[in-house]
Design a binder for this molecule. Sequence first.
Ligand code: FAD
Length: 418
Amino acid sequence: MPDIVNHTFENMSTAQPHYDVIIAGAGPVGLFLACELALERCAVLVLEQAADPDSPLKRMPFGLRGLSAPSIGALHRRGLLDALDLHQRMKNPFVGPSSPGAKRPAGHFAGLVFHHEDIDMSQWPDQPDGLPASLLSEMAELETVLARRACELGVTIRRGAAIAGFDQEPDRVTVHAGDETFVGGWLVGCDGARSIVRKAGGFDFAGTEPEFTGYTFSAELSGAAALKPGRNVTARGMYLQSQPGFIVLQAFDGGAFHDAGLPVTREHLQDVLRRISGSDVTIETLHLATTWTDRARQATAYRNGRVLLAGDAAHIHSPLGGQGLNLGLGDALNLGWKLAATVQGRASEGLLDTYQAERHPLGARVLDWSRAQVALMRPDPGARALRAIVGDLMATRDGATYVAGRVWGLGTAAVRIA
Ligand SMILES: Cc1cc2nc3c(=O)[nH]c(=O)nc-3n(C[C@H](O)[C@H](O)[C@H](O)COP(=O)(O)OP(=O)(O)OC[C@H]3O[C@@H](n4cnc5c(N)ncnc54)[C@H](O)[C@@H]3O)c2cc1C
């Protein structure tokens, strides 16, 4: 293996520090990728637009995220899983109640719950001993753990540095953030759904438009006893009260409310909640609210010269079934060692392009998984009839095992690492 050249702070013609890789975004994907690259002794700079990493939307219950088997395995192998101690204490509130003697909910597809007792785990003999196939994590905790590890490994994280654009030359990328410029050999856009790197890099972002606006909010309610437990698909949308005063809604408005960027008021949420649930529940005080959609788009290419995309910057879809974070962590795992080998001149020809070849089809599969769920949740008689049939199939051993395998990412060999 040739000597590894660490280019940090080497004076180039620009007289600026030169990093092997600049990463846009200190979300979970950017931070995990930074750790992977730093483990391979790359000099890494992460530029993050937010000055403060903390946000109530990253903390419980808003920041709750399901981790699938490949993510759990990867975090375990990197010695990071034990640092995530919140998951030990959490029960999944998104899959509905479990009463004594009843089957234990394991997850959902389009709001239809599948159960542990129906799943044939012998299908996945490779699942490492002692590691669960799914866990819950909190975004704030996950990012804290990853940022701490990245710093231990020598990664530089600059917060309050919003990337506005970049210039690409044959041997480098110059990144502009505020009044400053940063020079790197490569740039990876991990800057989320509205990625500047994707837009400035001219990446095509192809896909489908939303069918609904999703709402997640916490509030003081009166008359909440009228709301049924669990995830309820009604003739007008979906509502879920996963814990007292914490509500998720889907209103089939073509994504209009979310896309209009209007403030989410107590009055608006109450109207939507009453319409969907058919109850006269009252929102007394609104604490915190956020909206999202089922827009499903994917970059047609993950690489343009020295610029690459990973995570939500490369693909977006509805959070139904909790796959986006796992998909992004898988991107980082796949890309990290390949980009490091390329930086260090030890990659075989075409190695870096296997990133797109391997990850793009998995991303497309997840987008279709989320689209299929939306199709089953549409408030129309055809979808209702189809839901009943899919629900019956999911109650069978083969059906539950198939859905669990997809939701938990079991058998997805391409995202595993040695
Ligand atoms: C309600 C909800 C529930 C979800 N549940 C799950 C789940 O259970 N399981 C799951 O796998 N996924 C889930 N997801 C999806 C998951 O949260 C995302 O896929 C994941 O956060 C993507 O990580 P990321 O690092 O790619 O992007 P982000 O988390 O969006 O991070 C991007 C970072 O880039 C920064 N940034 C943006 N622009 C710039 C710029 N110009 N310059 C510098 N920095 C910039 C941002 O500030 C941010 O810190 C859910 C999503 C939602 C909305």
